[in-house]
Design a protein around this ligand. Structure first.
Ligand SMILES: *Cc1c(COP(=O)(O)O)cnc(C)c1O
Length: 227
């Protein structure tokens, strides 16, 4: 977790990402306002995050509830208008903390989690934006619903748990071209009437934008390499 802080390199990373988003949107004939940049600050300290906030970024992502709880409450209190997204897997026993802290949850993928989230959403009167993760590569080690189970799972989210799912999320296999995985995710979203698509990371967000991403999750291209 020791990271050399360089204000200049952090904000130039953010600038480069903004320029690339604008270019990808122009190429795809999309309005840049349709694409939300989620700056993924996992493993980076509050000092690095402060630099990115100072450069105007307002939407951030973390992949662990515990880490987010240790870093974000003071930042959220100090900077009104920030939104925080949970992009990593969530255990049902952390649903309470997740609903309390996050404005969006990107990796809903099983009935037990749906049940825990529905309960906490009702109890806390908070409604984070929910994404269902699709395991487009059917990778056994990866979280997410298999593509062939997606329609049934999405129906159950609404009908059984009363959850209002807004979109889908995917993480393509590391060793494959991401395009077909993004396209499959977009197709499943479309036939289920879902508007939001969380897809694209530092290495492939331009491809994701060309295939309809509404939320890109970008960490290392902004903050630098993680150790
Ligand atoms: C870490 C992470 C990212 C960001 O990855 P980079 O390659 O650093 O941009 C995006 N999504 C998820 C789910 C992650 O865990």
């Amino acid at each position: 977790m020791t990271t050399l802080l360089s204000p200049k390199s952090t904000t130039s990373g953010l600038d480069a990402v903004r320029i690339e988003i604008a270019r990808a949107c122009r190429d795809a004939g999309r309005d840049p306002s349709e694409v939300e940049l989620v700056a993924v600050s996992k493993t980076f300290p509050v000092e690095a995050i402060e630099l990115v906030i100072a450069a105007g970024q307002r939407v951030f992502g973390e992949n662990r509830v515990q880490e987010a709880k240790s870093k974000w409450p003071p930042l959220l209190a100090k900077h009104p208008g920030l939104t925080l997204h949970l992009i990593g897997p969530l255990q049902s026993n952390k649903a309470k903390e997740a609903v309390a802290l996050f404005d969006a949850i990107h990796a809903v993928d099983r009935p037990s989690l749906c049940e825990a989230l529905a309960k906490e959403i009702a109890k806390q009167g908070r409604a984070p934006t929910l994404f269902v993760e699709i395991n487009t590569g059917a990778e056994p080690q990866k979280a997410g619903v298999l593509p062939q189970d997606a329609d049934g799972f999405l129906t159950a989210c609404r009908a059984t748990y009363g959850l209002n799912v807004a979109g889908l999320m995917c993480i393509p296999p590391a060793d494959e071209a991401p395009g077909p995985h993004f396209a499959l995710t977009a197709k499943i979203a479309k036939r289920n009437g879902l508007k939001l698509l969380s897809m694209g990371m530092s290495a492939d967000f331009a491809v994701a934008i060309s295939l309809g991403a509404t939320h890109i999750r970008v960490g290392s291209a902004i903050f630098g390499g993680r150790h």
